[in-house]
Design a protein around this ligand. Sequence first.
Ligand code: ATP
Ligand code: MG
Length: 572
Amino acid sequence: MSLEALPVVQGKYNLENYEDTCANFDWSDTEKQFSWYETGRVNMAYEAIDRHAETFRKNKVALYFRDDNREEKYTYRDMKILTNKAANVLKTHGNVEKGDRVFIFMPRSPELYFAILGTIKLGAIVGPLFEAFMEGAVKDRLEDSKAKVLVTTPELLGRVPVEELPDLKSILLVGNDIEENDIIVDFNKRLAEADRKLDIEWVEREDGLILHYTSGSTGRPKGVLHVHNAMVQQYQTARWVLDLQEEDVYWCTADPGWVTGTSYGIFGPWLAGASNVIVGGRFKPDTWYQVLEDFGVTVWYSAPTAFRMLMSAGDELVKQFNLSELRHVLSVGEPLNPEVIRWGLKVFNKRIHDTWWMTETGAQLIVNFPCLEIKPGSMGKPIPGVEAAIVDDQGKVLPPNRMGNLAIKKGWPSMMREIWNNQAKYDSYFLPGDWYVSGDSAYVDEDGYFFFQGRVDDVIMTSGERVGPFEVESKILEHPAVAEAGVIGKPDPVRGEIIKAFVALLEGNEPTDELKEDIRQFVKKGLAAHAAPREIEFRDKLPKTRSGKIMRRVLKAWELDLPTGDLSTMED
Ligand code: ATP
Ligand code: MG
């Protein structure tokens, strides 16, 4: 079925009158939805959990959890009690107080979510760390943030250089047979005996909530601080964009170590009162399809890298599952290749809706909201209440169809408030005119659709033409032999830069010179002669962040024999 022939998703909270809504919308309309609008008492965890536990949702499943060993579910009422208990453990055994940093370093499990929300209930700032971080990465983050308490597992404790972290006072271990001492606390034992009642710490909307160290596609990780006020936009986008409704079963595949796994793995869905599926363990195509079928997932938020892996697993596999309950599919994190959109139409009979945002932005900004006609290759339009533009390096707004800096007018509710310990870095995000500059290059067409072109640092200048790596990668990906592609500019005395492509092949294809030439011709005919890679190198795998993004800076460093910089976020 073609994109045009498929009816658009009719969201319940839809933006059919997008222009009208944009013209009349005010974030204070959204603020009225929260209990603090009346009571003046703010806490994210209260709005996301406790509030529902006091309504008809109290016995509704808030969390479905599955991994290789566990299958559990918790209602909103259960979640209220367990997060109260977790908060009491943190308070009693970690002396956690408002403003303290509590880091969580463990694989996905229900306890991880109790600990995150428990921390927030105390008004402390939570720092989620991806379980695969090695010692250096863990140390950098705990040191930079001066974390006071760490929640982790016995297996991961070996990667925590406790003696080198003077600010770290307590370690809560989630596991069996824990031996307690001055520093070590048995989390599960203490959780079982903890009081189920808690006086939540009420905070200001501008108080710290979460500290995310970003994935590091572009360099050294930085601590991005978000505040409780982020809930305003996270809630509104959970309605408008995820289209979460009362009956929905929602699955976000991201780990809470990345912002998608918190903004839309925790806050958005629970603020909206949805049933939230959380799956641990490693990615495997068949177990993922099984999750969609078994839980009757209706709304699914994932990433291009995952879709591409499912694509590589073949169309026969997906046919073995009943995915009829799925109604809305969304993507984030990397450009959504048109090839992937076509695959989604073929196997799910669904449009995949792209969403663009960043760790720093805290919530979605430019999206293909449910009822918007999708233009493949475009991430959509700004949500109401957000002003986006393409600006030059001086902050001057550029006309349609000109590539430039993708920028957002400062002041959306979920914007980061600080780069931890680094005011200069924070200031460097802004240009005159109160433009927040994303670091991505893009253009906007006459209809107001935004098209991602690449990270500014990745844009290639070849023979006087600006080429975005994404377009070239997407074209290469359409070649029937290709599984993944990463494209960089390689310095060249004549052309400034030439385009070099690193390509991983689908199983069953031989890496021959003929195939290289075939791919080159394929791009030349399908895109443009100047965009065809002059050099192609086959690799078994491409370097990626653990959140699944191709690390072009690493490809470039390898190619040019330069230092690769921080690799803490790279997959094994
Ligand atoms: P770091 O900033 O540490 O180098 P990162 O930029 O990869 O890491 P994130 O904040 O997780 O960390 O990712 C945001 C970036 O991901 C965006 O700036 C953009 O480059 C890319 N991105 C996110 N969503 C999309 C999308 N829908 N289309 C294209 N690119 C996207
Ligand atoms: Mg970034």
